[in-house]
Design a protein around this ligand. Structure first.
Ligand code: GRF
Length: 192
C-alpha cells in the first residue's frame, strides 16, 4: 500500500510513521512521498533523514484553493498512492480534492470526534469541563472533521491540565494511534 503524507509543520506524526516503518511495524504500508505546503518545516527534514522523497507546493503560488488543489493532486498522483495521509496538513481542502481521493484520504484530529471539530480542541475540551479527551482517525469527507470514524484513543483530562499539557499527551497518543490504523488498513483489517 503506497502512502503519501501531507504535512505543514513539525511532523511528529510523520516521524511516528517513519519509525514504525523503519522497525517493520507498518504492515504492507510504505511511505513513498511527503508533500508540504510550507517550505523549511521540520517535517521535511524528518522525511529526508529517512530517505523519503519530498516536495513542497506553496499555496501562496496559486490564486485560489481550487488551482492549488488541482496542482496538489498532480503532485500526489506522481507517487501513485493507495492512501493519502493528512499529518498536520493545515489546509481546508476543496470538494474536488476530497472526492478525487474518496476512500483513500484519512486524517488525525486531536479530539474525540464528533466533539470539538476544528481548531483549539484542547482549550475547548478543558473549558467544556470534559473529563476525557483523545484523538480520532477518520476518513476525510467534504464536511470538516465529519467523515466516518476509523479509530479513537481516549486520554483522560487531569484537573491540573493546561492546554499545553493536554496537547502533549494527546499528541503522544496520536503517535501510536495513527501508525496502527495505517498498518491495519494495509493489512486489510479495516475497510471504509
Ligand atoms: C496534530 O495535533 C494532529 O492531531 C493535527 O495536527 C497536528 C499535527 O502535529 N491534525 P504534527 O505536525 O504531526 O506534530
Amino acid at each position: 500500500m503506497r502512502v503519501v503524507c501531507l504535512i505543514s509543520g513539525g511532523g511528529s506524526n510523520l516521524q511516528a510513521l517513519l519509525d514504525w516503518q523503519s522497525k517493520g511495524l507498518l504492515g504492507d504500508a510504505k511511505i513513498v512521498g511527503v508533500i508540504s505546503n510550507n517550505a523549511g518545516v521540520y517535517g521535511l527534514e524528518r522525511a529526508k533523514n529517512a530517505n523519503i522523497s519530498t516536495s513542497v507546493l506553496s499555496h501562496h503560488d496559486y490564486p485560489d484553493r481550487l488551482q492549488f488543489d488541482r496542482k496538489l493532486i498532480e503532485l500526489i498522483d506522481y507517487y501513485r498512492p493507495d492512501l493519502v495521509v493528512l499529518a498536520g496538513f493545515m489546509r481546508v481542502l476543496t470538494s474536488e480534492f476530497v472526492s478525487y481521493y474518496a476512500n483513500r484520504l484519512i486524517n488525525v484530529h486531536p479530539s474525540l470526534l464528533p466533539k470539538h471539530k476544528g481548531l483549539h480542541t484542547h482549550r475547548r475540551a478543558i473549558e467544556a469541563g470534559d473529563t476525557t479527551s483523545g484523538a480520532t482517525v477518520h476518513w476525510v469527507t467534504e464536511e470538516l472533521d465529519s467523515g466516518n470514524i476509523i479509530r479513537q484513543v481516549e486520554v483522560p483530562i487531569q484537573t491540573d491540565d493546561s492546554e499545553d499539557s493536554l496537547q502533549r499527551r494527546v499528541l503522544e497518543a496520536e503517535h501510536t494511534l495513527y501508525p496502527s490504523v495505517i498498518r491495519d488498513l494495509s493489512l486489510g483489517l479495516i475497510s471504509c
